[in-house]
Design a protein around this ligand. Sequence first.
Ligand code: PEP
Length: 253
Amino acid sequence: MRKKVIAGNWKMNLTLEEGVSLASEVVNIAKDELTSDVTMVLCTPAIHMAAVSKLTAEVANVHVGAQNISEHESGAYTGDISADMALSTGAEFVIIGHSERREYHFETNAQLAARVELALAKGLTPLFCCGESLETREAGDHVSFVTKQLEESLYQLSAEQMEKVVIAYEPIWAIGTGVTASTEQAQEMHKSIREALASKFGAEVAEKISILYGGSMKPGNAPELLAQPDVDGGLIGGASLKSRDFIDIAKSY
Ligand code: PEP
C-alpha cells in the first residue's frame, strides 16, 4: 500500500509565535481526531522548524519538513539552508522544486536533481514538485512538460533511491488561485506520471511511489481528489494555515 501524505506548505507566512500556535493546534487536533494512517507534514519556514519539531514529536503521524535546501553541503551560500541544518532541527521531509522557487529563484532541473540526491543521501524525504503553466496546458503539452521535469531531476536515481521520493503534481495555474484541477485532470496527470516512472524504474517501484496533488486543495474538494486511484495525498498551501481545514483534509481519507 502506498503511503498517504498530507503536507502543508506554510510558504513565507506566520511569525515564530504564530507558527508555534498553529502547529500546536494541528498537533492537538491530530491527537484527538486523526485515526487513519495518514502521514501529515508541516513544511514551515526555516526559522520555525526546530520549535515545531518539538511539538510534532508528541504525535506519531505529524512531521516537519523544510521548504527547500541547498544542493551544497555547507559554505559561503548566504541565506541558504543545508540538508544537515534541516535535519538538526528535527525535519524529516523537504520540498524540492516548488514552482515559486523555480519561478522566482530560477531553479533549474539540474540543480533540483542535485538537491534530491543530497536530501536522500542525508535521510530527508524529498517532496519533489512538478507541474505545468496554463500556457503549457492550453498548448496540450502538459504531459511532455512534466515528464521532462521528472527525466531531468529524477531519472539519474537508482530504483532504490526513487522509492523514497514523494512526488507532488502541482499545476501552476491551480496554485493559490482558488482554481482546482478537475478530478479527471488530476487523475490523468498522476496516471501518466506513474506510467513514466514505471517505464524508467519498473512497475513495482512506480506502484510504491506516493504522488500528491497540489493546487487549491480544500476540505470541500479534497474527498473527490483523494478518491482518485493515483492520487495519494495532497500538498496544501493556503488551507494548511488553518488548523481545522488542514486536519479536515487529512480526515477526508
Ligand atoms: C502550494 O503552494 O503548494 C499550493 C498547493 O498552494 P495552494 O493550496 O494555496 O494552492
